[in-house]
Design a protein around this ligand. Structure first.
Ligand SMILES: C[S@@+](CC[C@H](N)C(=O)[O-])C[C@H]1O[C@@H](n2cnc3c(N)ncnc32)[C@H](O)[C@@H]1O
Length: 305
């Protein structure tokens, strides 16, 4: 992904050049196979499906080989669904987040990421935050922490890094401290029954951060949060109720492409879609039935001085 998010290029490594693309001897240099302008997804199946058949099938095959390495602005993370099951692969929202995170990381001495998934954003913060001496990354999924550990291995930095695995039903975020920047790309799609159902989905983590985030910040610390237009009015209401000042930094319109929500194949997915439609928060077009806006928020505790 280019640094300005204007181009996504699918590259084939040496082995893939030989096994998928027919090269008798692949080159060490990755081969650019397809460039997607103004990407709105990391895996844009609609645009891939519209390519000439030969190229379409080659790109499709490359997406099907693992590990997949996602590179953005000097940071890369390798991910595979077999090695790290149910771990969020760096996605369009991850790089959208990274772009906003960069200048905050540059000034920070301490950072904490809640819900680190593959570890991409923590690695990004450590790479671009030369003054960071303390970092915490948490996730309720141990496989995510394994992916983050592997992503951070070998990275040159000055920080002491802790990986934390809170229980999903822990009423706290699972660690303590005072951080200059806390950041979280949380689950952001509301769903019926979220609080007593699947902790990987719904808005519960956002509510928890609204309640507790302030106690984990240094005096001038900020919380960076990505939410979605699908999240509805609740996140900003919770943040306002807890005394946060919220500023929207950036917005990006992207398709909603979460199979568990959009497949329409299972009763659960159909119920979820019906629930979202009832909230009046989905609309269609351009190869995808539903779109939503990613919204990067800077949340600052109100100061009493
Ligand atoms: C949308 S993914 C984002 C992953 C990664 N930060 C990224 O941007 O690519 C949300 C992550 O939050 C984690 N998560 C959900 N609830 C959590 C909680 N209460 N505490 C810590 N992590 C949580 C999930 O396991 C998942 O890895």
């Amino acid at each position: 992904m280019s640094s300005d998010l204007r181009e996504l290029t699918v590259l084939a490594e040496r082995g893939e050049q030989e096994t998928i693309l027919g090269a008798s001897k692949g080159s060490e240099e990755p081969l650019a196979v397809w460039t997607c302008p103004d990407p709105v997804l990391m895996t844009d199946t609609a645009r891939i499906g519209a390519l000439a058949p030969g190229l379409r099938d080659a790109v499709h095959a490359l997406y099907g080989t693992y590990p997949r390495t996602v590179r953005y602005d000097g940071v890369e993370v390798a991910w595979s669904p077999m090695r790290y099951p149910r771990v969020w692969c760096p996605s369009i929202d991850t790089v959208f987040f990274a772009r906003a995170l960069k200048r905050y990381a540059a000034d920070a001495r301490s950072v904490a990421e809640i819900g680190c998934g593959s570890g991409f954003l923590t690695k990004y913060a450590l790479t671009h935050g030369g003054s960071i001496t303390r970092a915490v990354a948490s996730d309720i999924n141990l496989d995510a922490l394994a992916c983050a550990r592997d992503a951070l291995a070998g990275l040159a930095h000055r920080a002491s890094v802790s990986l934390v695995c809170p229980q999903p039903d822990d009423p706290t975020v699972g660690f303590a401290g005072a951080f200059d920047v806390m950041f979280c790309n949380p689950p952001y799609i509301p769903r019926p029954g979220e609080r007593n159902d699947n902790p990987y989905e719904g808005l519960d983590l956002i509510a928890k951060l609204a309640r507790q985030g302030r106690s984990l910040l240094t005096e001038r610390g900020v919380l960076l949060l990505n939410i979605s237009s699908l999240s509805g009015p609740e996140p900003e209401r919770w943040l306002a109720d807890e005394g946060w000042t919220v500023r929207e930094l950036e917005r990006l319109r992207v398709p909603l492409k979460v199979n568990a929500v959009t497949s329409g194949v299972t009763p659960e997915s159909r119920a979820w879609l019906a629930y979202l439609r009832e909230r009046g928060i989905v609309s269609g077009g351009e190869g995808y039935e539903f779109w939503h806006d990613l919204r990067m928020l800077e949340c600052s505790p109100a100061h009493t001085d």
